[in-house]
Write a protein that binds this ligand. Structure first.
Ligand code: ASP
Length: 344
């Protein structure tokens, strides 16, 4: 029997952090620190190699250039490994997971992001279980010898979530992530039970196609009662603005004020893409349900369905990086590219 091989990509995050004696704040340390704290790594029956960022980061410093770097690392090692585990801070993990899901088209191997809430050197750390199970999932195969989960996922606190459906929901609890509108792809208890019916099936006859270009001309804008007209107009005049993620009420509602609808119509007519994502944690946008949502639809606003804000931003950056045609962006936003929305 051949041993599976997994490449561990260490970007930073709490899992590998230690205290700065001068400030007492946590800061990223290099991978040797993590290995010293975790002799269990030697006991895992998987061939593990490590690629670490030259400068490990707190994930608040993550950006599209570093996403490109991660994609380059995966592409450079793609044929030699059965799967990839990315150690990443929790703060922006859902953004990175979403971005990678679009940047790695037709992914045929697992890419599992994980991290921890407590650093690895702390006695009660959640990092060991998260890391060991992620490696196991990245190395897992079906009876037919295919990778068990050929998707970008987040594994955290017993749950394997589709990356582009995930959101950080807790800054303190070990259950830091959830995916409100899509069930977990696997749950780890005594055994790991996979939901094979939910896992994506790539086309194994086609190669994985990496995408590197992301355009950051995107803004997130949250509605609130009393939002001033001048604020909205100012936002819509932002230089370089190409797309907006508009966080609406309930099932995709907005105030029915003529100035708002006119301003949004004028923006969509100028080629700005506006995506409607609800402020609710769970449930989809249904723009035809209330007249406020219906007016948004008439103003050219596109439904974000049951997608997350993190995913909408990443998908828009990816699409804007590949086309200047708003009709193409509208078409792609209206269908799932890699399981990120449910269109019924
Ligand atoms: N600030 C840390 C980071 O995102 C938090 C964590 O890793 O949990 O890098």
């Amino acid at each position: 029997m051949t041993t599976s091989r997994v490449l561990l990509i260490y970007t930073g995050g709490t899992i590998g952090m230690g205290r700065n004696p001068a400030t007492d704040a946590l800061e990223p340390l290099d991978f040797n620190h993590l290995v010293q704290q975790m002799p269990e790594l030697q006991a895992i029956p998987v061939g593990i190699d490590v690629h670490q960022f030259p400068q490990p980061i707190d994930s608040s410093d993550m950006n599209p250039q570093l996403w490109r770097r991660i994609v380059e690392i995966i592409v450079g090692h793609y044929d030699r490994y059965d799967g990839f585990v990315i150690l990443h801070g929790t703060d922006t993990m859902a953004f990175t997971a979403s971005a990678l899901s679009f940047m790695l088209e037709n992914l045929t191997k697992p890419v599992i992001l994980t991290g921890s809430q407590l650093p690895i050197h702390q006695l009660r750390t959640d990092g060991k279980e998260n890391l060991i199970t992620s490696i196991e999932i990245a190395a897992a195969h079906t009876a037919a010898g295919r990778p068990r989960v050929p998707e970008v996922c987040i594994y955290f606190s017993g749950k394997l979530l589709r990356g582009n459906r995930s959101t950080k929901i807790n800054s303190e609890g070990f259950n830091a992530f959830d995916s409100f509108n899509f069930p977990p792809l696997a749950e780890a208890g005594v055994n790991i039970s996979y939901r094979d019916d939910l896992i994506l099936h790539p086309d194994y006859d086609r190669p994985m196609t990496p995408h590197f270009v992301m355009d950051t001309g995107v803004v997130v804008f949250t509605l609130f009662p009393g939002i001033p007209e001048r604020t909205v107009r100012h936002l819509l005049e932002t230089p370089g603005l190409r797309a907006i993620v508009m966080r609406t009420y309930g099932s995709g509602n907005a105030p029915q004020q003529p100035w708002l609808m006119q301003a949004l119509s004028a923006a969509t007519a100028r080629g700005i893409t506006i995506i409607n994502i609800t402020q609710c944690a769970a449930g989809p946008v249904e723009m035809a349900r209330y007249s406020g949502g219906f007016l948004l639809k008439n103003a050219g606003v596109i439904s974000g369905y049951d997608g997350t804000v993190e995913c909408a931003i990443a998908k828009l950056m990816h699409l804007l990086g590949h086309t200047t045609d708003p009709a193409v962006i509208r078409d792609r936003m209206n269908r799932p590219l890699c399981g990120e929305i449910t269109v019924t």
